[in-house]
Each structure stands twice: as C-alpha cells, then as structure tokens.
Design a protein around this ligand. Structure first.
Ligand code: BGC
Length: 860
C-alpha cells in the first residue's frame, strides 16, 4: 500500500490567507515496503471539493520530487478556496489512491490591494504613553451569510474580537517587520462568530514594537511612529452570490480599555474596573506609512505553545512569595484572583535567584517585566497580559489579595508556531539536559524574529546569533517559514551598498555609529553573513531552491559590499566587527575576543563567497559561478599568505583562529596536521577547556572531529567544570547562557550590563550532537534530506544515542548502542529518501533505500 499523508500548501495544513500566486504543494508518502521511491506524481487543483472545476491538472509528471512543487495552473483569484489532491506511483509500479482533499485559500493576493484605512484614537497623542485602545463598530448582517473573512493589521499590536469574543489565539500580531516597508496582515475565518442581525466587531491595539520602548540601553521609542492604529477589512459572502466589504473607517468608534500601559519590555498595567469604555469618541484616520507593502502573513504566527505549572513557591528573606516555574522561558503568567474592586496583583519576572533564594532583576537593565493588575471585584477574575511577553523562570508576587497558591498561577509559553522536528537522547543525562536547554533557548528566542534574548531591554534580531544557531534550529524545529519571513525582513533593510544592519528589523541604524561599542551601523563580519548563510542553510535543510532564488540578489549584494571593503578585494581588514564576541580570551572587561578582525572577517568573507559558488551552481548562473570561483581562489590565497608562515604555522595563536581555519577549509593541505596539533595544544594549555566566543564555538567540535580528534571534541563537550557547556547544566541552567561565566564558580555573576541566561548562540553545538554523536545528517549535494547520512561517531564513553529528524520526506531516525564492544544500530529512512551509512570502523559508505534497518559491527 502506498499512502499519501501530510498534504500541505506553503508548508501549512489547509491554510487560509496565502499570498503567493504560485503556492507550493508538498506531501509525505508512506509504504510498508522497503526501498520505495516515487516515480511520478499527479496534482489536481479545483475550486470545488468534488474536483470538477479544475484550475490545474498536472497530469502524470515523472519526478521523484514530493515537496515544494509550485502551482502551475491558471491564475489564482484572490480570496478563493482551492482544493487540491495528489496521487503518485512508485518504483515498483504501485499507484496510490488520490490523497484526501486538502485546501488552500488565497488572501487578497499581492500589494496595493489593502484598502482599509488605519484608525486611531484622537486622544492617542502622548508619545510617552503606551495605552491600550479599542475600536468598535456595530454591523447588521442580513440573512444567508455563507462565509466571512477578517483581514487585520495594526501599527502596533492588535487583538480582534467579534461579539466581545477573541478571534484566534495568536499573540503579538501583526508581528515585527520594518513597518515603513513591510507590514503583514493576518486572515481569520469568522463565519461562525457572526450571526444574522446585530454584530459587534472590535479590535484592541497596544504600543508593541511600533511605538513602545526598544533598545532600552540607547532609549529608543516611537521608532516607527508616534500613534498606534488599527486596520481591518472583512469580506462577507452570501449564499445568493453577493458580497460585501466592511472596513475600518470614520464610522468606527474609539474607546479606552483596561490596558493602562503595555510594553514589550516593561509588562502590562491593567485596571479591570475600566475594562469597558465609559464613552466612545470619533476615530481619526492616519495615513498608512508611505511606500509600505501590506502583505499577508508570510511566516509562522506566534502562539501559546504550552502551559507550565509552578514547581514550587519559595519565600525570600523578606517573606515574599516567589513562584518557581522550573524552566527559564518566554511568555507570560496567567492567574486567577478573587478580591475587592481596587485590590491589586503585582508580579515581577526574573531568570535567576541570586544570591540563592533572592529575586534578581539587575540583568534586565531597564526592562521592568512587571504586571500590575487592579481587580474589578466580581468573583474569580482571570487575567493574562495582551501586548507583552516576559523572559523568566521566577515570578515575585509583590502584591496579591489573599494567599498565593500554586493552583492559581500558570505560565504560558509563547513562540513562533514551528513544528518540532528533532529529538535527541543519549546515555549521558547531563548531555540530555544540555539538549533540553538548547531546545528551550530556541523556544525562548524564536518569537516572530530570532532574538538574542527574551528578557532584558534588547530582544533584538541580532544577525550573528541567528546565523550561528540556524542549523541547530533546523534540527530542533521546522524553521523554514520562520527564516523565509526574517530573510524578507533582512532584504528590506539592506542598504544600497549591500550592507546588512546588525539587527533585523533594524532599530540601531541612527545610534550605532555613535555607540561606544558598536561604532558602525552595519555589516559586521559573522553577523551580516546571515544574508548568505541563512538562505543557504534553509536550502540544504529543506531542499527548496525558492529560498535561494528569492534571496540571490541580496546575497550577491552582500558579497559586493565586502569586496568593496576588502584590501585588493580579498583581505577584509576594515570596518567595525564584533569578532569572536565574548570569547574568554578577551582582555579583562572587554567583550571582544582575541582573534583579530582581519582574520575573522576574511574567513567569513571566504565562506560567504563559497556559498555563492554553490548557490550559483544550484540556480545555474554560469557567469557568476566563474566569477565567484575566481574570487574565492584569490581570497584563499591572500588569506594563506597573510596568516600562515612559510613553515606552516598559523600566525594567530588563538583557539578560534585554528578552529575557523580548519572548519572552513582555509588551511593549506600540508599544514593541516600542524594546525590541528596546535589547536589541541591550545586546548591542553587550558586543561582541555575552550576559550572560544560566538564565532569560534559553533565549529569547535566539528573542526576537531573532522580532523581526527574526535576524542578532544568529546572531551570538550563532556567537560563539567568551568568553562564548558555542562558547567552551565551543573549550575542548574535550563536554557543556554550568553556567557560561559554568566554565573561564576564562586557564585558571583558576570556584570549585569550584559548577562542573559537565555541566549541561544552557544547552543549551536546541538548540530554536532545530532550529526556526529547520534550521527544523522544531510548531504548538501542532495539537499532536504533526500539523501540522509548516517555516520554515528561514538566517543566520550557514551553507550547509546538516538536522534530523529522530521525531513521533507517524513521521519528519519537513528539509534545506536554499545555493548561489550559490539556496536548495534537501527535506522529509519522515509519513503522517497535514501540513506548513506558508514558505521564506526567502516571505510566505505553503504547505500540504502527507504525502510527500517538494523546493523551490528565490532568496534575497532
Ligand atoms: C547581544 C548579542 C549580539 C551582540 C552583538 C549583544 O548585546 O545580546 O547576542 O550579537 O550584542 O555584539
């Protein structure tokens, strides 16, 4: 039996609000047989569920492609539902049935179609305030309503309501983009919420990224505008074929809400007594930002993902209750409370207790992370904030009427809605906890954009952090849509010279050049390279060249920027760089690691050009391919001349320099052994401990394991004392820290001016755990796990390890164990993918088709 499941459009199940004229269709095939691959597929798309009104019939297409197939039928109409189905044949001449019918629904399709005005309250004039506003309109709906769609967006953040009931459970919509260029709208099916006769439509808005405080350490506010506004359009379709549009306009009314103040960094002040506006005023129409493109949501929405119960309630030295949720996380607290009108609940949020038992908020800098709720005094009141999120594990209950009981509190975990794709487990409990911490680092920092941290007055889309973590991210969750959206944000911020700002969306442009540390507004090596690294990584992970097509010009732009900056076009020795950020070989009190900028900058320049060579190959751009190949060769030559002595010594004597020269294949062949030996010696100087920062750490273990020193890679990974990954774990970390010594062995802390306990960058070692420890990885030359590499490399005394990965073809997995020097392992290869396996001690790869396998070998 050949079955088709997981039928998706644009990687979503039955999406509504698709903005592409050529949406991509994907499926997963299943069979009980082994070695099954797809021979051909057939796709049908129709406007009816019975498949009689076709807009596309592909006919049988001989192809093994089973994901991201672009729609090629007649032109899609806006706001229309299309049904689609697939059937396939396999290499044994089996045919599947048609898949179950799935649908996608188009949005307004393309820019220029957004016609709803932006409405604001005439009282929203104080730049310093971050109040909540509500806009409302009563409408009368005649008989025979067939369907209703709401399209909504805001200059700020919004929640939509029909008859006072919340529509959808998305948070922080419309998300964060560069609002002067790109604004997203969301689509909701509100058919069931409407009724014949009177209906009340409403939208609440808050300050959000648009107006609220950003980059607290430089005090930015009103980055995109001084006033918040709502814009909605509703399409009503009736059984008689007629339709009606309702839009926000002058006829809507504005009022205040219980939200006295709501800010991303600072939390929310809510007065339940003022929940219902006492009076309504006229609204004011604001012009939409000039030249903004308003398009449909093009990445995953931010949704509540899970609920955590308090682990315990502890009392601090002043006798105040601190709720410990047992997990450092991002989201907010929902609580129940009973009391008199005017009673208050005041909560503060923190990541750690320091000294033990005492609430510690200094590392939040100016972010207050406070909730202040005033009761209306009507029975049990349930509250959760609307337009804010907090990074925390501990909650200090400063005010609360009555006894603080664990049952009345829960923490809602928020992040972008990405499917979990990977799993890892092994015989080393601390390593499993490290994997857990890496996963929670991702959960905590993938909130619409990849943030550096979720708690202090920063939470910005630092490009470097995202770039070093992206492959691990793809191991953990399906991050394709998330990065597709963020790369669009990035392109919208690229400057004419091809430069890329440090944070995307860019809120530092005007301050960075005056900042003591930054001294430059864009294009730092290893950070701005996100422009080439991220599209390439998404391509190899998910196998869809569209990500390269859409980013190609921007990628090229980034190369030409570097080319313009580099000495003789090849050695990049100018400009401001973060370099090997927060490495332990930095001078006392400095953030900048010891590896010099011209070294790291030239390495990452070479790597980006190498990515362009591969990209030009994939896309078939021959001229560029030649040009980039030539440039690459010149860079490598210049790099080697500059940094290797004639006798083969790498002249930069840091761990990171050796790691980068090895990992990125920039070491002349005859000098590899010496470079590896020196790296090992540099590690041994530290008793086998790392000193690497943001740019060296991600590649450290791989640089060793690829060059015959798997033993040392395991040694570092399993080191339990400072500085190491497991040191943090042993200190009780539940996420990844920004600094190796965020919490020092003597119990003191790194300076509060930059000490996050939820910073995913060093979690980038997760990639090595999946690909080397468990041994499941992809083959760049056959991307998207079409060919799955199984190459477990046991070490460090581990006796078993297991990893699974949801690939575009379905689930792949590996599980190995060692008993009495016998190595046994089981593999799973999904239908239509193939495997290449090399077990310990084997010289050659074995080729495998889909199916499940078990093997045993004697360990060498
Ligand atoms: C952020 C980092 C970021 C860095 C740039 C910090 O404030 O938290 O993670 O990449 O600045 O140097």
């Amino acid at each position: 039996m050949l079955n088709i499941n997981n039928v998706k459009c644009e990687n979503l199940t039955n999406p509504i609000g698709i903005d592409s004229g050529t949406p991509r269709i994907s499926w997963i095939s299943e069979s009980l047989e082994k070695e099954i691959s797809q021979k051909s597929y057939e796709i049908e798309v129709s406007t009816d569920k019975e498949f009689t009104q076709f807009v596309w019939q592909s006919g049988p297409v001989t192809s093994s492609r089973s994901h991201s197939i672009k729609y090629q039928g007649s032109k899609l109409l806006p706001v229309t539902r299309y049904w689609f189905r697939i059937r396939i044949t396999d290499n044994f001449k089996n045919s599947s049935e048609w898949s179950r019918a799935a649908y996608f629904e188009t949005s307004l399709l393309s820019h220029g179609k957004w016609r709803a005005p932006f409405i604001s309250s005439p009282e929203d004039t104080d730049e310093k305030l971050s109040k909540g506003w509500i806009f409302q309109k009563e409408i009368n709906i005649r008989k025979g309503l067939e369907s209703a769609r709401l399209y909504a967006t805001a200059l700020g953040v919004y929640e939509a309501f029909v008859q006072g009931e919340r529509i959808g459970n998305q948070q922080m919509t419309p998300g964060w983009t560069n609002y002067s260029k790109r604004l997203l709208y969301q689509c909701y099916d509100i058919t069931k919420n409407l009724r014949e006769g009177e209906n009340i439509l409403a939208g609440h808005i808050g300050a959000g990224w648009y107006k609220g405080d950003l980059a607290g350490w430089v005090g930015k506010r009103c980055v995109y505008g001084k006033r918040n506004a709502l814009s909605m359009q509703i399409l009503l379709r009736f059984e008689d074929g007629s339709q009606e549009w309702i839009k926000t306009d002058k006829t809507w009314k504005a009022g205040t809400t219980g939200v006295i103040s709501s800010e991303i960094y600072h939390g929310e002040e809510y007065d339940a007594r003022r929940e219902n506006p006492r009076s309504w005023t006229e609204v004011e129409i604001l012009p939409a930002p000039e030249s903004v493109q308003i398009t449909a949501q093009d990445g995953p929405l931010t949704l509540p993902q899970e609920t955590l119960k308090p682990r315990e309630i502890i009392l601090d030295s002043q006798g105040r209750s601190i709720i410990d949720f047992g997990q450092n996380m991002t989201g907010f607290v929902r609580f129940k409370v009973k009391g008199k009108a005017g009673d208050r609940v005041k909560l503060k949020h923190a990541e750690i207790l320091s000294p033990p038992g005492e609430f510690y908020t200094e590392n939040l800098r100016s972010a207050r992370q406070e909730i202040l709720y005033t009761l209306k005094g009507e029975g049990t009141e349930v509250y959760q904030p609307r337009f804010t999120f907090q990074g925390f594990r501990y909650v200090l209950v400063e005010e609360y009427p009555g006894k603080v009981k664990a049952d009345d509190f829960e923490a809602i975990v928020l992040h972008s809605d990405m499917e979990k794709s990977g799993d890892f487990d092994c015989s080393h409990p601390l390593l499993n906890q490290l994997h857990h911490n890496i996963l929670w680092g991702m959960k905590g920092n993938f909130l619409d954009i990849p943030t550096d941290c979720p708690q202090r007055d920063e939470r910005l889309g630092w490009t470097g952090d995202a770039q070093v973590f992206i492959s691990t991210a793809c191991n953990l969750m399906d991050a394709s849509g998330f990065f597709t959206k963020w790369l669009r944000d990035m392109r919208s911020e690229q400057n004419e010279k091809g430069g890329i700002p440090h944070v995307i969306p860019d809120v530092l442009q005007d301050v960075a050049s005056q900042d003591d540390i930054l001294k430059g507004a864009h294009s730092a090596t290893g950070w701005a390279d996100a422009m080439t690294i991220c599209p390439w990584e998404i391509y190899v992970q998910y196998g869809d060249p569209q990500i390269l097509e859409e980013n190609y010009d921007a990628m090229k732009g980034w190369i030409s920027y570097m080319r313009g900056e580099a000495r003789d076009e090849v050695l990049w020795d100018t400009g401001f760089h973060f370099g090997d950020w927060v490495a332990l070989d930095a001078k006392e009190g400095s953030y900048f690691g010891a590896t010099p900028n011209d070294f790291t900058a030239t390495v990452f320049y070479a790597n980006s050009v190498q990515i362009m060579i591969k990209t030009a190959k994939v896309l078939g751009f021959q001229k560029d391919l030649k040009e980039f190949t030539n440039l690459y060769e010149r860079i490598v030559k210049a790099f080697q001349n500059e940094f290797f002595t004639p006798t083969g010594r790498l002249a930069v004597n840091t761990q990171t320099a050796h790691v980068l020269a090895l990992y990125f294949n920039l070491t002349p062949e005859p000098y590899i052994k010496r470079t590896v030996d020196t790296l090992v010696r540099l590690l041994e100087n530290e008793e086998d401990h790392l000193l690497t920062g943001f740019l060296g750490t991600p590649y450290l273990c791989a640089a060793l394991s690829r060059n015959g020193r798997l033993d040392k890679a395991y040694k570092l990974l399993l080191q339990e004392d400072y500085p190491s990954w497991l040191y943090q774990v042993k200190q009780g970390a539940t996420t990844i820290w920004e600094h190796w010594d965020g919490l020092k062995p003597d119990g003191s802390l790194w300076s509060p001016d930059m000490n996050s306990f939820n910073h995913y960058a060093y979690g980038s070692v997760g990639y090595w755990m999946y690909t080397v420890v468990a041994g499941l990885s992809l083959d760049e030359n056959d991307p998207g796990y079409k060919t799955i590499l199984f190459q477990p490399q046991p070490g460090g005394g581990l006796t078993h390890a297991r990893a699974s990965q949801m690939t575009p073809f379905g689930k792949a997995s590996i599980s190995w164990k060692i008993q009495d020097r016998e190595f046994s392992c089981t593999l799973q290869i999904p239908v239509n993918a193939r495997g290449r396996m090399k077990l310990p001690g084997q010289e050659k790869y074995s080729e495998l088709g889909s199916g499940e396998y078990s093997f045993q070998v004697d360990l060498p």
